[in-house]
Design a protein around this ligand. Structure first.
Ligand code: ADP
Ligand code: ADP
Length: 220
């Protein structure tokens, strides 16, 4: 589904060069729940951003469903990201002056979806994360775990095939973290492919496959 071949990422500033990823080879298959682990600064976010087509590698190739990504135009890439991928971040990235349901509808604004359809799809997504009783609330009126559930609803509202999660439980206590992991596991059972960056060994062990990074290099 997503295949990285000999991927390298170098960050260059005027005086320093950082080799953030070194010769990474990963094949994420349909329906897998993959976790990426490793110490701070080892390249996890860089890798997730490359898998999510938010950032381009310095060297190497990425294939989506068998097509090399460099053949896509920027416009086509943006469309691919919007239709195929859903993103979840550690710090939720909700818009504070929009209600829960308006936040969840955001990814649909870039599509040809009617207002009525947007509302229905957002309600359906909020039901999946168990938050249909908080639709008119605003982010500041929610707990951390609830905010992350809104963020998950926003990530899945467009029914993406792949969910990319960067430390989705990093700002939550372990009970809330387990709840979020449970929701991701349910989405995976229902067919979504998931790639999750985590610091939490216990959580990583509950996924299908663990990729370990150390200093930009894949060690397992
Ligand atoms: P992790 O997510 O595992 O903490 P990152 O992918 O954020 O690691 O970073 C990997 C390495 O690349 C680190 O050494 C970091 O300092 C460096 N890095 C990340 N982003 C940039 C950037 N925009 N410019 C320069 N160096 C960067
Ligand atoms: P943090 O670990 O500090 O909470 P995040 O995990 O929230 O950071 O964000 C990871 C990376 O994704 C950052 O480099 C950020 O700029 C980028 N990012 C965050 N939100 C979005 C978004 N909605 N669309 C694209 N990129 C984003």
């Amino acid at each position: 589904m997503i295949k990285l071949q000999n991927v390298e990422k170098v960050y260059r500033t005027s005086s320093i060069e950082t080799l953030a990823l070194n010769n990474i080879n990963i094949d994420v298959r349909k329906g897998e729940f993959v976790s990426i682990m490793g110490p701070s600064g080892c390249g996890k976010s860089t890798l997730l951003n490359i898998i999510g087509l938010l950032d381009a590698p310095s060297k190497g190739q990425i294939e989506i469903d068998g097509s090399p990504v460099e053949r896509y135009t920027d416009k086509h890439l943006a469309e691919l990201r919007n239709r195929k991928l859903g993103f979840i971040f550690q710090s939720f990235h909700l818009i504070n002056d929009l209600s829960v349901i308006d936040n969840v509808e955001i990814p649909l604004l870039y599509r040809n979806t009617s207002a009525k359809q947007r509302r229905e799809l957002a309600q359906e997504a909020l039901e999946k994360v168990g938050l249909s009783n908080r639709m008119k609330h605003f982010p500041k009126q929610l707990s951390g775990g609830q905010k992350q559930r809104v963020a998950i609803a926003r990530a899945i509202v467009g029914k993406p095939e792949i969910i990319l999660a960067d430390e989705p439980t990093g700002n939550l206590d372990s009970a809330m973290g387990n709840e979020i992991l449970g929701i991701l596991q349910k989405l995976n059972t229902d067919g979504a492919t998931i790639v999750m960056v985590t610091h939490d060994e216990a959580m990583a062990k509950k996924t299908d496959r663990l990729i370990r990074l150390f200093d930009g290099t894949q060690v397992s």
